[in-house]
Design a protein around this ligand. Structure first.
Ligand SMILES: Cc1cc2nc3c(=O)[nH]c(=O)nc-3n(C[C@H](O)[C@H](O)[C@H](O)COP(=O)(O)OP(=O)(O)OC[C@H]3O[C@@H](n4cnc5c(N)ncnc54)[C@H](O)[C@@H]3O)c2cc1C
Length: 413
């Protein structure tokens, strides 16, 4: 009988695993509980704004090699947009100062010696002190490893860590911050070009993957929630979907579901169990033509401002403090800041607030230590997801790498 790999969960980890397997001619069935694919990386029609929006603005960097290979495999690299160089616009809302961070392309960081390229108020020595994160022990927090004060911290390091780790640096893992540093700033500007899915996450990351799977004979079943697994000896022998079951000890299973779901399905599995929120606000209007596509904002509630066609959109990470703020007053406050940055009138345009309560696991040393590896106690079962032991924080890159690894392990078994 032909062996099938059952991929449970059609987020990016599950889709990456399925794409990799299907490309090798392996029979794949993807089982997704929701009515659509994408998980935490999806687009949908918002009735309030009457337009397609993403559940959250997602930023990739040009050094995200697994994400870029995935997009190449599904034929959608051209859907990413970004400047030709690592060029980031910033504004300090308290002082009104604006600057651009321009990282030179090679590994030798001469940009830190050029005051027109580095952060105002910083010296080259400030940057070199952050190199300590590259060798930080696993149990340390960022602020126990490096000094969390001063202009470099406030104007670059803090915004970067909060965005990448979705956790305040005071409690975030220094090792995970070091991994980001290693793959971005330490790798040179060629790894730091900001990239966004110009036409939305769905059209770039999800829909082409579903098309690819269809063309390669893989099946994707929606509304198919895995409710339980059956085990015999060291193998999974049954997948229970409520109305139907799959029974076979010859098939393989890749579990690419969120950590709480995986922990409920697998006896004895330890997973991260603390999460942090991300808040996005979307404002419907045509952005001024001269506005940079991405602006980092310090000393405000807004952290990053993204300009899309017909929409301005803001992201605030580690945003649990904003979960209970009434929507209207939050929209109003955020718009005041956006208007100041973009030079727009204070009148609030049509808006939407999207709060993802469990956007990512909390990237603390304690939660990072709870991340399981892809192999499990069962010979035909592997784990995937941004919360597995990827060595990276919860990101698209981590999710895709985890899916690739689970697929490779299934092929080798
Ligand atoms: C608002 C927001 C902003 C973000 N910004 C960025 C960013 O700028 N850059 C970046 O790199 N990353 C960002 N991320 C993180 C990124 O979205 C995630 O790391 C990635 O999407 C996780 O993919 P995943 O497949 O691991 O998990 P998920 O997307 O959670 O996928 C799990 C899937 O499993 C399904 N499922 C659950 N239970 C079952 C079951 N029992 N049976 C079958 N299916 C089931 C779910 O419906 C879901 O589709 C952001 C996340 C959020 C929420």
């Amino acid at each position: 009988m032909r062996r099938t790999v059952h991929v449970v969960g059609a987020g990016l980890a599950g889709l990456a695993a399925a794409v990799r397997l299907a490309a090798r001619g392996i029979a794949v069935v993807v089982h997704e509980a929701a009515g659509a694919a994408g998980g935490r990386c999806r687009s949908y029609h918002d009735p309030l704004l009457d337009m397609m929006i993403d559940n959250g603005n997602h930023l990739l960097l040009s050094g995200n090699r697994a994400a870029l290979s995935y997009l190449e495999a599904i034929g959608s690299t051209s859907g990413l947009a970004g400047p030709p160089a690592a060029d980031f616009a910033f504004m300090d809302l308290a002082s009104g100062e604006r600057w651009r961070l321009r990282i030179n392309s090679g590994r030798l960081p001469w940009w830190i010696f050029d005051h027109n390229r580095r952060v105002p108020g910083t010296t080259p020595a400030d940057y070199l002190s952050f190199a300590r994160l590259l060798y930080a022990p696993r149990e340390k927090t960022v602020c126990a490893a490096v000094e969390c004060a001063g202009p470099l911290y406030e104007r670059l390091a803090r915004p970067l860590w909060v965005a990448a780790l979705n956790t305040d640096p005071k409690e975030a893992s220094a090792a995970l911050a070091g991994a980001i540093l290693r793959e971005t700033l330490a790798a040179g500007g060629k790894a730091c070009r900001p990239l966004i899915a110009r036409d939305g996450l769905g059209p770039v990351f999800i829909d082409p993957a579903l098309r690819f799977l269809g063309q390669h004979g893989a099946k994707v079943v929606f509304g198919h929630r895995l409710r339980a697994l059956g085990f015999a000896d060291d193998k999974v022998t049954m997948l229970d979907f409520g109305d139907d079951r799959v029974e076979s000890s010859d098939d393989d299973v890749i579990l690419a579901v969120p950590p709480v779901v995986a922990a409920a399905l697998l006896p004895g599995l330890e997973t991260p169990s603390e999460f942090r929120a991300i808040v996005n606000a979307h404002f419907r209007l045509a952005p001024p033509a001269a506005l940079a596509p991405i602006i980092g904002i310090v000393n405000g509630t807004v952290e990053w401002l993204f300009a899309f066609p017909n929409r301005l959109s803001v992201t605030i990470s580690a945003a649990d403090r904003l979960l209970e703020v009434p929507r209207e007053s939050l929209a109003d406050k955020l718009w005041q800041e956006v208007a100041a940055v973009a030079g727009l009138p204070m009148t609030l345009p049509p808006w939407q607030i999207v709060r993802e309560r469990r956007a990512t696991f909390a990237a603390t040393p304690g939660e990072n230590a709870k991340r399981p590896a892809a192999p499990t106690a069962w010979r035909n079962l592997w784990l995937a997801g941004d919360w597995t032991r990827t060595g990276l924080p919860a990101t698209i890159e981590g999710a895709i790498r985890s899916g690739n690894l689970a697929a490779d392990l299934a092929v080798r078994s």
